[in-house]
Design a protein around this ligand. Structure first.
Ligand code: ATP
Length: 572
């Protein structure tokens, strides 16, 4: 396929606001692509060059693009800047400046050039490569290539839309669960599309976990009491819940890769964990998961989350790893030697996990009991909380590892505070208000936030948030949001309320609230007969959660469950 044809598809996608139409357009695109092209088209449509976990970024600034445009088109940088000011978008600027026909490059040629730009280290080399790419592109192609390089393609296409489109393109909706399964096992939609194109349904049925490809993480549901855990799971495993950050470790002989909760490659951040993995695991090829938490080596006590989280950093890695060494409390085994362990029951995974860990130093198996008594769970919970842990995690003994899904195979029970919700809520920012009074000078005073609705792949509003941030944080927020602002509501956002500025649903924050109420103003949980749900007295308790993608925010169903827990607690 020519890159121009892909650009024309992008143009059509940009002109539609209906998610269903988007899936149809994409399905026809995927049908027209060959095995060697489909993966690349998937990445580019998502505005990426490779899946995020590969950690390849363009590293190209607006300034660099303007420089390349000026050289490629033979106009002054000042002129490019002026046009950019007028247009507000560098893709549109490129489209206007480029007057030639281009060299009719294929999708694969353009992809390769883009990849080379991303992989090139020196700024000068990057500019040279950009110039040469721009010279080969027509104006429409340049519009999208520039946006991709800047990481601002923003077609409004999410993973779920791609999955729907792949299913339609390959013969039917019922393929969807197979595609989802494969995606959950490798987090690489391009790879899934390629396998499907190559080997059809059979290739997907045979799809297995692979070292080096992060498995989308299994997530936990929540309940209000130990009794409810036993009611749901019967005899089950109960583990301490460590308040650090989750890591998925891939060990292939002496080679180790580490992925975060939202599947970003974090290998370089944790030299102490890598050393531990090589020392403490008695197996060659392993994928395991654990919670990393900083420990005070003098006292043996856990540090609070605020301290542990400082280990997620780009600079000062060595110093911090000495000052705040991490322990990895391992809680699951997903792959061992040649075997996919995700399909095995929890008990079997746990047994094998204990066998390969020498439990000497950095890596330890999480503390665990097996019980069918709510009393015993209660006691374990109390003890955990007194030791500064967050609570407990209960696990169904015979359940497989359900990659990429949140269900009652895992249940969390956290300490709760009186007078507030049983748990904090992760929400996505979908728009903001300019602010009045003291905040007017900042140009931002409140956020409109939403929760996720997986069945429709949309974001439903649940609250306005105007407190919890420092002035400095508001400023940073304004800068970040400015970069993802939109001229209209994002197609995946469902809102009755209006805002001063709509933004792409990209940033997640954690909020606390006094309670959940029913409200006609919000769309979370709203039906024809019933009003939606809203947060009362919400306040931010975190800044941007870098570890969460928008789809990792809490869901409408979570809000409804919290509402029900709240009702039950208030009746007690
Ligand atoms: P989630 O990760 O489910 O979206 P969240 O980020 O709000 O939710 P929590 O509500 O604290 O996190 O609960 C789940 C997290 O608890 C896991 O993702 C993992 O990082 C952490 N955790 C700590 N100890 C354990 C354990 N023993 N087993 C499983 N997870 C654990």
């Amino acid at each position: 396929m020519l890159f121009l044809e892909l650009a024309q598809y992008f143009q059509r996608l940009e002109e539609t606001t209906s998610r269903l139409d988007m899936a149809d357009i994409l399905a026809s695109l995927f049908k027209n692509l060959g095995v060697e092209e489909v993966d690349k088209a998937v990445y580019l449509t998502l505005g990426e060059i490779l899946p995020a976990f590969r950690g390849v970024e363009f590293g190209v600034s607006e300034k660099l693009i303007m420089e390349a445009l000026s050289k490629a088109c033979g106009v002054k940088v000042k002129q490019v800047e002026a046009l950019y000011k007028q247009k507000g978008d560098l893709g549109d600027t490129a489209q206007e400046l480029i007057k030639w026909e281009g060299r009719k490059l294929s999708l694969q040629q353009v992809y390769t050039e883009l990849l080379q730009i991303a992989q090139t280290k020196g700024t000068l080399d990057k500019v040279m490569k950009l110039i040469s790419l721009l010279k080969g592109l027509s104006s429409l192609e340049a519009r999208y290539a520039v946006r991709i390089v800047l990481g601002r393609l923003r077609l409004g296409v999410g993973d779920a839309t791609i999955i729907d489109a792949l299913a339609v393109a390959s013969g039917g909706k019922d393929l969807k669960s197979l595609i989802e399964r494969a995606y959950n096992l490798c987090s690489d939609l391009g790879l899934v599309a390629k396998r499907l194109k190559e080997g059809g349904i059979k290739a997907l049925e045979e799809f297995r976990v692979q070292l080096g490809y992060p498995i989308r993480m299994a997530l936990a549901e929540r309940v209000a009491s130990a009794e409810e855990i036993i009611k749901r799971l019967g005899r089950c495993a109960v583990e301490a819940k460590y308040d650090g950050f989750r890591l998925q470790v891939h060990k292939d002989g002496q080679k180790v890769e580490i992925f975060s909760r939202n599947l970003e490659r974090m290998t370089n951040m944790f030299p102490d964990i890598i050393k531990g993995v090589l020392q403490d695991i008695r197996a060659q090829r392993v994928i395991l998961e654990g919670e990393a938490i900083a420990i005070n080596e003098e006292t043996g006590e856990f540090y609070p989350f605020q301290v542990t989280i400082q280990r997620k950093r780009k600079y000062g890695i060595e110093e911090y790893s000495k000052e705040y060494p991490l322990k990895l409390f391992c809680f699951d085994l997903l792959f061992l030697e040649e075997e996919d362990y995700t399909v095995k029951p929890f008990q079997e995974r746990r047994k094998a996990l204990e066998e390969i860990l020498s439990n000497t130093n950095t890596l330890r198996a999480s503390e665990i009991i097996i019980t069918d008594s709510p009393k015993e769970i209660e006691a374990f919970f109390e003890e955990a909380v007194t030791r500064g842990l967050e609570g407990i995690m209960a696990k169904r003994l015979d359940a497989p590892y359900t990659a990429g899904s949140r269900n009652f195979n895992w249940i969390k029970l956290k300490r709760s505070y009186r007078g507030a919700l049983a748990d904090t809520i992760d929400v996505v920012i979908v728009g903001y208000y300019y602010g009045r009074g003291a905040r007017a000078k900042l140009g931002i005073g409140g956020l409109l936030v939403a929760v996720y609705e997986p069945s429709t792949d949309t974001f439903k509003t649940v609250s306005k948030v105007g407190s919890g941030f420092t002035e400095e944080e508001w400023r940073t927020l304004k800068d970040l949001l400015e970069r993802v602002k939109l001229s209209h509501k994002h197609p995946r956002v469902d809102s009755i309320l209006d805002v001063d500025v709509w933004v792409e649903p990209r940033y997640v924050i954690t909020v606390n609230a006094d309670e959940i109420t029913r409200s006609p103003l919000h769309t979370a949980g709203r039906t024809i007969e019933e009003p939606g749900y809203a947060l009362r007295f919400p306040r931010a308790v975190s800044f941007i959660r870098e570890d969460k993608n928008p789809e990792d925010a809490n869901t409408v169903e979570d809000i409804i469950r919290l509402y029900q827990i709240q009702k039950r607690v208030s009746m007690e």
